[in-house]
Write a protein that binds this ligand. Structure first.
Ligand code: CS2
Ligand code: MG
Length: 404
């Protein structure tokens, strides 16, 4: 007799930063975990799972993974969107986890086995000025990492997204309302190419340099940045323009050979179909949790493979160690998977989600535990620790919102 889902738990917690975690338990006692975190909108996904999805899962066969995905996606009528897709993604992750545990296999084995021995990753380096940035770059190089995302402060701006004057940084700030900051594209464009050229001069050739513009430029500004960075030889330039304006990237492409990456805000294959089929990007950045889970993101990666686009999923601290585990399992088993972002986590997050995946010689490894290879340390998942946190809002000098 097929096993059935007996218990659905939605955990909202904050082991130093907020997460939403789904835990499914089957009648046979197998536990599957899913990440359902949407940074700054956590409680909406929790409610979606608790009120609308959880009750539908009770009594279902956990082995019917694709059928459950289609049931939750097509059955709802209101398709797509970050909240619904993260909820479906969490269920999908938990069901794959259960399948792995039932069969005693790590997920990468169920995806067809390894196509690579180790998974490339990139780390974040930031600094308000070049010397501070180079300190972080050097620390990553010393630890064996060879691909680094570089972000820096900009003269004339008080704050810059992705950069902190301290040594630690979290994208979302704990407060009842989002912080507001001023962004000035001209000041940014005047300053940034010189900073990145300075990093290249410091590290020499052979180190992959990445930069994230966080959707804040117009197409022609983005083209100018891409062109200015050509002598540096970037690994990629990320999110140069707002991701929903897909033809913007055609314009950027016409002017520069700097590789383009986009897609952390996408949640379905239909959000990136045009970009991929028209080869307007080099890397698709959708995250497993936000793009409907393993079952759906595999379809995105397969479409990308046909069109010579590579997978390079989002991996900041707001993508929990559960979702990152899924990405790493996919990474070692997917041929066109280029690189996995690994921002790193506060120590308490590692303790809250003990995990088999690990860093070895500057690369990521999934470990060989069955399923995702992640557990929950229940003591560190208390709803009392949750506190609203929001991503900042950027305005131009005239007070209008930037386009991200
Ligand atoms: C960034 C993130 O990691 C990235 O590429 O763009 O910091 C992103 O802004 C946050 O994850 C948003 O929650
Ligand atoms: Mg990004």
């Amino acid at each position: 007799m097929a096993d059935v889902i007996e218990k659905v738990e939605v955990l909202v917690s904050s082991p130093s930063r907020n997460y939403v975690t789904l835990r499914l338990t089957t009648r046979d006692g197998i536990v599957g975990l899913g990440d359902a975190t949407v940074n700054g909108r956590e409680l909406s996904v929790a409610a979606y799972l608790r009120d609308h999805v959880g009750p539908l899962l009770i009594g279902r066969d956990p082995g019917r993974i694709e059928d459950t995905w289609q049931y939750l996606y097509r059955g709802v009528y209101w398709r797509r969107g970050p909240i619904g897709m993260a909820a479906i993604g969490a269920v999908d992750l938990a069901l794959w986890d259960i399948l792995g545990k039932r069969t005693g296999q790590p997920l990468y084995a169920l995806f067809g086995g390894r196509v690579r021995d180790r998974l490339a990753t990139y780390r974040h380096a930031f600094g308000w000025d070049l010397p501070a940035l180079l300190d972080q770059v050097d620390a990553h190089l010393d630890a064996g990492f060879t691909n680094i995302r570089v972000q820096s402060g900009v003269p004339g701006l008080e704050v810059v997204y992705g950069v902190s004057r301290e040594t630690v940084y979290e994208p979302a700030g704990r407060a009842a309302a989002p912080a507001e900051e001023i962004f000035d594209a001209e000041a940014y464009l005047r300053h940034m190419p010189g900073v990145i050229a300075g990093v290249r001069e410091h590290v020499g050739e052979g180190v992959g340099l990445l930069h994230d513009a966080h959707h804040r430029l117009t197409p022609i500004q983005a083209a100018r940045l891409g062109k200015a960075l050509e002598p540096v030889g970037m690994f990629w330039l990320e999110d140069v323009t707002p991701a929903e304006d897909q033809d913007a990237l055609r314009l950027v492409r016409q002017h520069t050979t700097t590789p383009l990456a986009i897609g952390e805000v996408f949640n379905t294959i239909w959000d990136c179909q045009y970009l991929i089929q028209n080869r307007l990007i080099d890397y698709i950045r959708a995250a497993v949790v936000h793009a409907g889970g393993i079952s759906h993101i595999r379809k995105i990666f397969a479409l990308a493979e046909v069109h010579g686009v590579q997978a390079a999923p989002h991996g900041p601290s707001d993508v929990s160690p559960i979702s990152l585990a899924a990405s790493i399992h996919l990474g070692v088993a997917t041929h066109n998977f280029a690189i996995q972002e690994y921002m790193g986590y506060p120590e308490r997050v590692h303790q809250a989600f003990p995990h088999a995946w690990h860093v070895a010689e500057g690369h990521l490894q999934p470990g060989d535990e069955p399923g995702l290879g992640v557990e929950l340390n229940d003591e560190l998942h208390s709803a009392d620790d949750y506190e609203a946190a929001y991503l900042p809002i950027a305005r131009r000098r005239d007070g209008t919102l930037t386009d991200w």
